[in-house]
Design a protein around this ligand. Structure first.
Ligand code: 1GP
Length: 242
């Protein structure tokens, strides 16, 4: 597996990356083939699989089904230890560094070690930074942590940098799935200026213009979940015309 290396190579060449997030709790197995056909026609470079609340076993079944229809790399973006499956290619090994709940900073990660030992997943340590977006999102509820206020720029940038200094390989700025306001471009650009590692941005991004503005501000990889699930027209905007 060369997932992280490929992300770095793309960043060096200034090639912007896009992940489609599929939540096992929301995606019906019978819809996977038609959904993935659309993803394959789009500019997406990765598929992320995960959610805040997913029943045991669902993730593995879903990943097996997705794999039948695409060669795109599948990276787990787990809300919990039970979402680990060997069928994916890699995993964002997340620590919710914006929060102060020890379970999501280190507890779940310790629990995950024996599960990960049974897999060949490429493990990518990722600092996960949740930022307030106008409403309570599932991450906030499930992790019982407070997001950082949008106005606390210094805390946001210091948190992201602390993640890098701890050795994390990616920073993920998250507004939360279905966020009212995506992460603002000025926040993205302030964080990007400080970081020497790739920056992922997601939550509430619903249009090509919003994707482009995140890229322009410094996002290396943008994550889209809800908009792909809900809006057919959005797919058409993201068609790969090259
Ligand atoms: C959520 O960042 C992702 O963890 C994607 O969010 O569903 O709002 O696109 P959306």
């Amino acid at each position: 597996n060369n997932l992280f290396k490929n992300i770095i190579d793309a960043v060096k060449k200034d090639i912007k990356q896009l992940a489609v997030l599929i939540d096992p709790d929301k995606m019906r197995i019978e819809n996977v083939s038609s959904f993935i056909a659309k993803v394959n026609q789009s500019i997406a470079t990765h598929i992320f699989v995960g959610g805040s609340e997913v029943d045991d076993g669902l993730t593995e079944t879903l990943v097996i089904e997705i794999k039948k229809y695409t060669a795109l790399p599948i990276i787990l973006f787990p809300g919990d230890v039970i979402q680990i499956t060997d069928k994916a290619d890699g995993i964002l090994f997340l620590s919710l560094i914006s929060g102060r709940n020890p379970d999501y900073l280190i507890g779940k990660q310790v629990e995950a070690v024996s599960e990960l030992a049974k897999t060949n997943l490429e493990i990518i340590p990722t600092g996960y930074v949740l930022i307030e977006n106008g409403k309570e999102t599932a991450v906030q509820r499930v992790s019982e942590t407070k997001p950082i206020k949008r106005s606390d720029i210094q805390i946001i940038t210091d948190t992201a940098k602390a993640g890098e200094l701890l050795g994390m390989k990616l920073i993920y700025l998250e507004a939360g799935s279905g966020a009212t306001h995506p992460i603002e471009p000025h926040i993205i650009s302030e964080v990007k200026q400080l970081l020497n590692i790739p920056l992922i941005v997601g939550g509430g991004i619903r249009s090509k213009a919003e994707i482009e503005s995140a890229y322009k501000a410094g996002a290396d990889l943008v994550v889209i979940g809800t908009a792909f699930e809900e809006e057919e027209s959005f797919f058409n905007e993201l068609k790969n015309l090259t």
